[in-house]
Design a protein around this ligand. Structure first.
Ligand code: F6P
Length: 326
């Protein structure tokens, strides 16, 4: 393996996602295995601009594989969006002799890396880390599996109380513009309806189906709503209450609870594999790609080809939802 670089940096940026720590650990330990010096950059691009950079050792990442959040912290930096901010960031990297960067985050993080690497001679490798699973070209993003399992556990609990009281629960989950958390958690919990941004909501269909359920005394219902969809949970519950008197409706917005917690085994595995591969990429001289996993194979997608959630949700899944959620 051609070892052209000797010092690398790693950062996490954008919304934190469970498994980011496992990815940091893999980057640090793999770098050390290959005799590289590795530096942690605090608070994403903000720390890069401010020079908040420190040398990491193997023990810096001890006992973190199971922890949610990110030991490097994260931020959304406005200054890095400017050429002046990126120049400062470059100067700070040069000061430490850092020759390659691993950036862990979502679409916004990759955009930053793309701008940076087009202006300066610092190769950047992106690892998809977001609970939203909204990056095309990869079957997995670090954090999605944990977030969706947290949603599943919460919805199961809500169904217990819904069942006890014969109530309808409208549950809003995260995902920004993506409906994957809603779709997966909704199918896995047997939700009676799932509303996602990828499919326009036919509100009269939703109301008619609920009226019909009320008529046949099926009063326990779960509707999972993606936050980026046509209707928020509060709005939808109001419409249901106004249009279907007699239905007892409650709302639960799961919110940031979905971002925390110990990463699942799946997220730890993905993060470890991606973190290890990122260092190999830098050593092989790969430049400005993000690493995706498709059908269990690694893919290297140029950062300038990253698209955000244009793949959409397959028609088959939409059909499954319709058939099972009746
Ligand atoms: O991108 C991750 C995410 O949790 C989205 O699902 C959500 O819309 C957003 O971040 C929330 O952002 P913040 O933590 O800044 O409120």
């Amino acid at each position: 393996m051609a070892n052209k670089i000797s010092k690398i940096g790693v950062l996490t940026s954008g919304g934190d996602a469970p498994g980011m720590n496992a990815a940091i650990r893999a980057v640090v330990r793999t770098a050390i295995y290959y005799d590289l010096e590795v530096f942690g950059i605090m608070r994403g691009y903000a720390g890069l601009v401010e020079g908040d950079i420190f040398r990491m050792e193997s023990k810096s990442v001890a006992n973190i594989i199971q922890r949610g959040g990110t030991i490097l912290k994260t931020a959304r930096s406005k200054e890095f969006l400017t050429p002046e901010g990126r120049q400062k960031a470059y100067n700070n990297l040069k000061k430490h002799g850092i020759e390659g960067l691993v950036v862990i985050g979502g679409d916004g993080t990759f955009k930053g890396a793309r701008a940076f690497s087009s202006e300066f001679d610092i190769p950047c490798i992106g690892l998809p880390g977001t609970i939203d699973k909204d990056i095309d070209g990869t079957d997995f993003t670090i954090g999605f599996d944990t977030a969706v399992n947290t949603a599943v556990q919460s919805i199961d609990r809500l169904r217990d109380t819904a069942d006890a009281h014969d109530r309808l629960f409208v549950i809003e989950v995260m995902g920004r513009d993506s409906g994957y958390i809603a779709l997966h958690s909704g199918v896995a919990t047997g939700a009676e309806n799932i509303l996602i941004p990828e499919k326009k909501t036919n509100i009269s269909e939703v109301l008619t189906s609920l009226s019909e359920k009320q008529r046949r005394k099926k009063l326990v219902n779960i509707i999972v709503v993606a936050e980026g969809g046509d209707f928020g949970a509060v709005e939808l519950s109001k419409m249901i209450t106004e249009n279907i008197p007699g239905l007892e409706v409650r709302v639960c917005i799961l919110g940031h609870i979905q971002r925390g917690g110990a990463p699942t085994c799946m997220d730890r595995l993905i993060a470890s594999r991606l973190g290890y591969t990122a260092v190999e990429c830098l050593l092989e001289g790969r430049n400005n790609v993000f690493i995706g996993i498709r059908n269990n194979n690694l893919h290297y997608i140029p950062l300038n080809k990253v698209t955000k959630h244009e793949d959409g949700v397959s028609d088959e899944w939409l059909k499954i939802v319709k058939i099972l959620a009746s």
